[in-house]
Design a binder for this molecule. Structure first.
Ligand code: COA
Length: 163
């Protein structure tokens, strides 16, 4: 994978980052959510989630939110697998196209593997070709389509990657 153009640091997303994360979510997810800020707030407060912020020289550029759980039944030869879901990934518009999204995604995958996850899923709007290119480049496969998954009635692709 290409190296990001910026020197990035990743930090757990704590309460001091919430204004940044909720503000960014409100901006970039507005098309798909009635209240993207509130959704992001709920996601960040959900028990068991992992969230990290990417920054360069102290300037926050983006974040991801990940959740994981035990499937509770065997999956093929795996007796009690952990599955992960990427709940959100966002990069500030001024930092797009420099590898920050790719670096956040790779960091989310590392964290999911560290939690024991064998697969990561995500949901993305059919019209969000920029995000789909990012996910495809990192090995996510498009599977089923979910009808009218968003507040704007847009359909979604479910994407998966074996970790
Ligand atoms: C989708 C999103 C996370 C991508 O973030 P990003 O930081 O722009 O992602 P990257 O920079 O890693 O990749 C974007 C482009 O930059 C290019 N790029 C990546 N690293 C690069 C580098 N080192 N040098 C030059 N270009 C680079 C990639 O090739 C890619 O090009 P492409 O879109 O033509 O395929 C971001 O656009 C975003 O936050 N969108 C709004 C929220 C959203 O839709 N989230 C996903 C919901 S499921």
């Amino acid at each position: 994978m290409r190296q990001p153009l910026l020197e990035l640091a990743f930090q757990p997303l704590d309460s001091s980052d919430e204004t940044f994360a909720i503000g960014l979510a409100r901006h970039v997810f507005a098309a798909w959510s009635r209240d993207a800020g509130r959704t992001a707030f709920a996601m960040l407060r959900a028990p068991g989630h992992v969230a990290e912020v990417a920054s360069t020289a102290g300037e926050r550029l983006g974040f991801y939110v990940l959740s994981s759980r035990r499937l509770g039944r065997p999956f093929g030869p795996i007796v009690n697998p952990v599955v992960a879901h990427l709940d959100a990934i966002a990069v500030h518009p001024r930092a797009e196209g420099q590898g920050v999204g790719g670096a956040l995604l790779e960091q989310a995958e590392r964290r999911a593997r560290a939690l024991g996850a064998v697969v990561m899923s995500l949901t993305t709007a059919v019209g969000n070709s920029r995000a789909q290119r990012l996910f495809a480049r990192h090995g996510f496969l498009r599977t089923m389509k979910t009808s009218r998954a968003y507040a704007n009635d847009e359909d979604a692709y479910e994407m998966f990657k074996a970790l």
